[in-house]
Design a protein around this ligand. Structure first.
Ligand code: THU
Length: 136
């Protein structure tokens, strides 16, 4: 189902639902993310901020933690959804988090409330990256 329109709409719906539940009282910038795992399951997360600002977590980190907790092993696609005129591309730390479980060709879809705005590969957002193989 990776790459299919069905998968993409499942990712979009899951990210949208998670975004509704985002805890973002400080930035007021709600983000939802959803990952598709190797078995076709979708796992979602939202940003969870904290009064101690640096402790807050991104939506992508939540979605990945949920995937791992539910037994998913690999990210075969990810969608990030946020509001505003600019693209909500994953932050640097989240690109590295995605890198741990994805391939260079894995799609990272960036969406607004109206739908997908742009799609990147992981390699495009994190070239010449360091990953598990670099430790071998
Ligand atoms: N944020 C995410 O959750 N994911 C992104 O890809 C970009 C930024 C969150 C972090 C913080 O809670 C808020 O958006 C503003 O930066």
């Amino acid at each position: 189902m990776n790459g299919s329109a069905e998968a993409l709409s499942a990712l979009f719906a899951a990210a949208q639902a998670a975004r509704e539940r985002a805890y973002a009282p400080y930035s007021r910038f709600r983000v939802g993310a959803a990952v598709l795992d190797e078995a076709g399951a979708v796992h979602a997360g939202c940003n969870v901020e904290n009064a101690a600002y640096p402790v807050g977590t991104c939506a992508e980190a939540g979605a990945i933690a949920t995937m791992i907790a539910n037994g998913g092993k690999r990210i075969t696609a990810i969608l990030v959804l946020g509001d505003g005129p600019a693209l909500v591309t994953p932050c640097g730390a989240c690109r590295q988090r995605i890198r741990e479980f994805a391939d260079p060709t894995t799609d990272i879809h960036v969406a607004g409330p109206e739908g997908v705005r742009r799609s990147f590969t992981l390699e495009a957002l994190l070239p010449a990256s360091f990953g598990p193989d670099n430790l071998a």
